[in-house]
Design a protein around this ligand. Sequence first.
Ligand SMILES: NC(=O)c1ccc[n+]([C@@H]2O[C@H](COP(=O)([O-])OP(=O)(O)OC[C@H]3O[C@@H](n4cnc5c(N)ncnc54)[C@H](OP(=O)(O)O)[C@@H]3O)[C@@H](O)[C@H]2O)c1
Length: 333
Amino acid sequence: MNFAIVGAGGAVGREILKVLEGGALPVGNLRLFGSARSAGRTLTFQGKEIEIEELTHESDFSGVDFALVSAGAIVSREFASVITAHGTVMVDNSSAFRMDEDVPLVVPEVNGSDALNAPRNIIANPNCTTIQMVVALNPLHQITPLRRVHVATYQAASGAGAAAMAELEQQHTDIVAGRAPVVNRFSAQLAYNVIPQIDVFTDNDYTREEMKMYHETKKIMHDDNIAVSATCVRVPVMRAHSEAIWVEGEEAITVEQARAAFASAPGVVLADDVAAQVYPMPLDVAGTDPVFVGRVRADISGKGLSFWAVADQLRKGAALNAVQIVQYIIAHR
Ligand SMILES: NC(=O)c1ccc[n+]([C@@H]2O[C@H](COP(=O)([O-])OP(=O)(O)OC[C@H]3O[C@@H](n4cnc5c(N)ncnc54)[C@H](OP(=O)(O)O)[C@@H]3O)[C@@H](O)[C@H]2O)c1
């Protein structure tokens, strides 16, 4: 089958290449796209150099079965019709179409079959923080319908793209050398700091990132009654997002029930042995596929349950989830 990666040189695009390099999909021809900035540069795939093509309104996607697109919402909106013009299925990592009624928003472990009904040939990959959260929420939701979720996120610099990773590294270098760190990609210095703002603020004083978690969770889990209140925080971690999650369902969930559900859930690894100081951390999780869950405990303030979930947001939160959507479609159509 023939594939294209749009935004191939970016943080997510390069991760998609890595996932494909591992043999996740039957790649016949692979085309790479970027802006004029990276057009003409090459990236290596399976020992071959592939040149990045500039994405333009004249780009011809005929013969491309699936396009994995991660070039930001503005690009996705502008070029969706170009990409899908000849029947190419566009799996989009941006927020452009996620809440459109005729665009499925898919996490294969939770609602894979939604991917089979994509009238516009566009399938949206959810926000990275939402993906890892719903993979962990879904097994609990099978025990009793979840009603309230409070989550505080600890989001890595790479969530803001390749330039943001470079900025965090440069800030450390500058501080160590006694120079003033440069701030471009974040609202404040990230090195030696945490920033309680991801994306812009909305009218209700939540950020757009936090509201994505609220809306996208309902759509993916097909349940309008799950209310998510999130506080999204950028931390000076290079890769892998962490989340402190508190849930309350219609019935109480015991720790034993939760552990058993996590242990058998697809895409989840239970790493929870506090006596041995076993819990997931971003340094260990970076570069891996699953959502790791630990610190499972009964809420001492009520009838809820608290736990900690860590996943590599460039893989499960973006590249891997997009590839898994394609795998699901190939296996089920
Ligand atoms: N980073 C994450 O963890 C993550 C997770 C989930 C979803 N996402 C989403 O994925 C998308 C990409 O994120 P990223 O982190 O990979 O960003 P990034 O590192 O900044 O990469 C952006 C990519 O988009 C390309 N691009 C920009 N303008 C373009 C244009 N006009 N035409 C064609 N290509 C263009 C860039 O190409 P040039 O190199 O040529 O400029 C680059 O390859 C965003 O929508 C983001 O919200 C990111």
